[in-house]
Design a protein around this ligand. Structure first.
Ligand code: C2E
Ligand code: CA
Ligand code: CA
Length: 476
């Protein structure tokens, strides 16, 4: 459900951006829509909206010119596939000649191009979930990834039962309140057992829907549901979580400038190496505050050893959205930086875009953290909720480019161009960029050449226990 909601959130943001772009262009009522000045404007507007890869002027089903330039006598778009209930003409899988297929949304004479991947492709670590975005009024599939069953589009939408089980798949549906859009997320039953955390959210509705044959599964699930928070609590009490550290390096020199602390749960074979899963579970069952406390307590020992040898480096700590909803974390961070051997300049906190669902309290907490002298990085940028508007208000220090965008470098896909937009935007906001998930020298070169200062990834080092980091990087 959470994934369906997340994709819907993005699809809605994309819809809002498209509407906003149409409104601005309509207001223009240009005499020559393809004049040089107008094309420059299309380019400017396209840059401003992170989900719109290009904007074009359309007449007779041909794009005459676009933010990417003039198109001679026009590029044929082919027939419209779907007209939404709000009158937007939608074409799917349009090949604009650069090897990538776009979703084209047209209103009157203007059309925007959206890369479906930017809506669907960002949920790292959860590859088994099939996702689709569709026009709700006529059950028309606009973009999808993974398996697809036509019946998923025609499920009756009952907001009190957002999740159903079709015998093979568990399907969650989220419907837009604003646009003629809906999203499904489907996961095969065989995957369920390994996805404990998802159960916490979805158990009840499935329980109501399933027939007798599924009773056994419900029982298994119900046991896990009861025991997962208990397991997490016990593990916290037993000090069962350990910290690994992944170096963050200056791309130009390879010099380490800091490390990111990443949690591991060695005793748990299934999810121990995948904090995204158990941290998510902790968030779902309201235990995340205790995890953050644990993290801040646990990091002290390693921090002192680390700063002893690398006094100018920092340790970057991940905070969860819930941490920013209270003042508690400010107090704990205050205690951390008064520990002997640890200074405010040695600490960075990473927060994700999801934190800005509650922007007021998040901003207040961030201001207080920065007032302590601790720097703030925006993590997983580009994968969450459309954040441009929050970002411009936000006072942060670093922006971390998510691995999906780094992965796209050199693939020729539109996502690869998104990297350049993110870099440019970060620079205009005075944020220093850190690229995540750098795996190849080519990616590192590209990033460096385009003004990215720092990088982190397997090219340099995986996350490791502090002793190994200290062995790998001698005293500075
Ligand atoms: P994140 O903050 O985005 O952390 C970066 C993730 O990318 C880490 O995964 C890291 O091991 C992985 N990574 C880095 N470079 C590469 C690369 O070159 N290739 C590949 N394939 N992966 C790379 P990890 O350790 O599994 O952590 C996953 C997520 O769990 C983190 O994502 C973070 O959101 C969360 N997390 C981990 N520890 C904590 C914590 O102490 N507190 C909170 N709130 N969240 C945490
Ligand atoms: Ca992080
Ligand atoms: Ca990240």
């Amino acid at each position: 459900m959470q994934m369906a909601n997340e994709v819907l959130h993005r699809a809605d943001a994309m819809g809002e951006q498209a509407m906003s772009a149409y409104r601005r262009l309509d207001a223009l009522a240009a005499k020559d829509p393809c004049s040089k000045a107008n094309r420059a404007l299309l380019g400017e507007i396209a840059m401003e909206y992170n989900y719109l890869q290009a904007i074009g002027y359309v007449a007779d089903d041909r794009i005459l010119c676009s933010s990417a330039g003039r198109n001679g006598d026009g590029l044929s778009l082919g027939p419209t596939n779907y007209v939404s209930s709000t009158g937007t003409r939608i074409r799917t899988m349009v090949d604009v000649g650069i090897g990538t297929r776009f979703l084209i949304l047209q209103k009157d004479h203007y059309a925007v191009a959206v890369h479906p991947q930017t809506l669907l492709d960002t949920l790292g670590g959860r590859p088994n979930v099939s996702l689709g975005i569709y026009g709700n009024s006529q059950h028309f599939l606009l973009a999808s990834r993974g398996s697809h069953e036509p019946v998923w589009l025609t499920r009756p939408h009952d907001p009190s039962k957002p999740i159903s089980f079709d015998g093979k798949y568990l399907v969650a549906t989220a419907t837009s309140a604003q646009f003629d859009l809906a999203v499904y997320a489907a996961i095969p039953r065989s995957q369920l057992e390994s996805r404990l955390h998802a159960f916490i959210l979805i158990l009840l509705p499935i329980g109501l829907l399933l027939g007798g044959g599924m009773v056994a599964l419900i029982l298994v699930v119900a046991r896990q549901r009861a025991s997962l928070p208990a397991m997490l609590r016990t593990a916290l009490k037993r000090n069962a979580f350990v910290l690994h550290f992944q170096p963050i390096v200056e791309l130009a020199s390879g010099r380490m400038v800091g490390v990111e602390a990443l949690m591991r749960w060695p005793a748990n074979k299934e999810v121990g190496e995948r904090p995204a899963l158990f941290i998510q579970a902790a968030e779902d069952c309201g235990l995340i505050g205790r995890f953050t406390d644990y993290l801040l307590r646990k990091v002290v020992l390693d921090a002192r050893r680390f700063f002893d040898q690398h006094p100018d480096c920092y340790i970057s700590l991940n905070l969860s959205p819930a941490d920013l909803q209270s003042e508690r974390v400010v107090k704990s961070l205050g205690e951390l930086i008064t520990t002997p051997g640890v200074a405010a300049r040695n600490i960075v906190v990473e927060i994700t875009e999801h934190s800005f669902l509650e922007p007021t309290s998040a901003n207040r907490t961030i201001d207080r953290i920065r007032a302590l002298g601790i720097r703030v990085a925006i993590d997983d940028f580009g994968t969450g909720y459309s954040s441009l508007s929050h970002l411009t208000h936000l006072k942060a220090d670093y922006l971390k480019i998510d691995k999906v965008f780094v992965d796209a470098i050199g693939t020729g896909s539109v996502t690869s161009e998104v990297v350049l937009h993110i870099i440019e935007m970060a620079q205009s906001l005075n944020l220093t960029v850190i690229a995540e998930g750098v795996e190849t020298p080519e990616q590192a070169d590209f990033l460096r050449q385009h003004g990215v200062t720092y990088g982190q990834g397997w090219l340099y080092s995986k996350a490791r226990p502090m002793v190994q980091i200290l062995e790998q990087y001698g005293p500075s």
